[in-house]
Write a protein that binds this ligand. Structure first.
Ligand SMILES: NC(=O)c1ccc[n+]([C@@H]2O[C@H](COP(=O)([O-])OP(=O)(O)OC[C@H]3O[C@@H](n4cnc5c(N)ncnc54)[C@H](O)[C@@H]3O)[C@@H](O)[C@H]2O)c1
Ligand SMILES: O=C(O)[C@H](O)COP(=O)(O)O
Length: 392
């Protein structure tokens, strides 16, 4: 029986992928084999040694101690692209809310107590305070052309905007999805200078902290808009508030409220709502549950942020998997241990990603505890799993 600890509510469609006869899924488990979560902060918790895999039912993994998990040989899975449409739709909504001053206009209407002709007069007199701007001809700058950024860029083009994009590490897959109408800019400064609206879609990592800074905001035209459905830390919020006060920014649309942001009349703050649609929650939960299950049962790795993609279809063989430091002669030492035990290798895959290497070995016989100990004793082996024969 595999034990899976959930740290957030995970859509039932995903949990159904973990059959009850083989999986015990609970929000309380002291020795789980895997953890599935959304935005729960794992940095503050002690992660049991029993945990062999972590599944983030979403995109961002800044709430998970990924590097510490790599050191333990534990893969962290996420659900790339599974909530991209949901975020795209809300980013476009945010753009329109800001461009047409919809939040202020709604508040104004809510505040009206008049009726009849008086109300009609208040409506007509009030509307001049909420004159907005249209999108065609304006320039949107998209920072981060991954699953979400590409969708936002493409839809903005369809709305008549000019679009410029910045992503030095765009993947081939995303480049194929990106409309040829999106112009590439070489530097962030150029993107800020060119844009009326900037939308950020990068992960929060050391290199993206405070990426939307006072200096970059100062390059923008007066009355610009920042849209942030990435992470709060990507935008220097003090600088954004100053830019709102000076008129450099017309609005800051943000999915990550702080007391200061909530208090500012020109901030449109939402409660981290980007991925909160039934469809996105189900897509993410299904993708991550399947990938965690595949890893637990078969050792195959798909969509991990710290492990290389590694898949061997299951044959009628005994399987072990090894996560180890990416240094020379690991496969040689592992093979020697197996040969000394008289085991014949039927199939072997060795892949690496950064400092981590991962090896799947299919064998013609069962691996004894003695051989497991010998492999565990090799310097650089982080985690060894004996999966036996496939579950029939
Ligand atoms: N508000 C929400 O509910 C919500 C939902 C989903 C994702 N997110 C956030 O959005 C982020 C992006 O999600 P995604 O699914 O598009 O991820 P993704 O991995 O598909 O795309 C991220 C892109 O950012 C690029 N990038 C990284 N650093 C960069 C930099 N310094 N400059 C320019 N580009 C850079 C990468 O090359 C990649 O193409 C997530 O990491 C998460 O933090 C928020
Ligand atoms: O990174 C993500 O996928 C989003 O921020 C969604 O977070 P959530 O699953 O907590 O809504």
């Amino acid at each position: 029986m595999y034990k899976v600890l959930t740290l957030n509510n995970i859509a039932v469609a995903g949990l159904r992928r973990l059959p009850r006869d083989r999986y015990e899924v609970s929000s309380e488990s002291s020795s789980p084999d895997a953890v599935i979560l959304r935005s729960h902060n794992m940095h503050d918790m002690t992660i049991p040694e029993s945990v062999a895999a972590i599944g983030r039912a979403g995109a961002g993994v800044n709430n998970i101690p990924v590097s510490a998990m790599s050191d333990r040989g534990v893969p962290v899975f996420n659900a790339p692209g599974a909530n991209a449409n949901a975020v795209k739709e809300l980013a476009v909504a945010g753009l329109l809310l800001a461009a047409r001053n919809i939040c202020d206009a709604r508040e104004y209407v809510k505040s009206l107590t008049s009726t009849g002709d008086e109300l009609a007069k208040d409506v007509e007199n009030g509307k001049k305070k909420f004159v907005g701007f249209e999108l065609p001809g304006r320039t949107l700058g998209v920072i981060g052309l991954g699953a979400i950024g590409v969708e936002v860029a493409n839809v903005a083009l369809a709305l008549g905007m000019k679009v410029v994009g910045f992503d030095p590490k765009i993947t081939v897959k995303r480049a194929w999805q990106l409309s040829s109408g999106v112009k590439q800019v070489e530097t962030l400064d150029r993107l800020f200078k060119a844009s009326d609206v900037v939308s950020v879609h990068v992960p929060l990592v050391d290199g993206t902290k405070g990426l939307v800074s006072a200096d970059r905001l100062s390059l923008m035209k007066d009355g610009s808009v920042i849209i942030n459905f990435a992470r709060g830390g990507v935008v220097d919020s003090k600088a954004a508030l100053q830019a709102l006060n000076s008129g450099k920014l017309h609005a800051y649309v943000c999915d990550f409220p702080t007391p200061e942001l909530i208090a500012h009349p020109k901030v449109i703050a939402l409660p981290h709502l980007g991925a909160s649609t039934t469809e996105a929650e189900e897509n993410c939960a299904v993708m991550v549950a399947e990938n965690v299950k595949e890893y637990l049962e078969n050792g195959n790795v798909r969509s991990s942020v710290n492990f290389p993609e590694a898949v061997i279809p299951r044959a009628d063989a005994w399987r072990i998997t090894i996560a180890n430091a990416n240094v020379p002669n690991m496969v040689g030492q592992i093979s020697t241990c197996l040969a000394q035990a008289g085991l014949n290798i039927a199939d072997l895959l060795n892949k690496s990603m950064g400092d981590i290497a991962y090896t799947i070995v299919d064998l013609d016989g069962p691996v004894s505890e003695e051989t497991m100990q010998a492999i565990r004793g090799i310097k650089g082996v982080l985690r060894l799993r004996n999966l036996g024969k496939p579950i029939s």
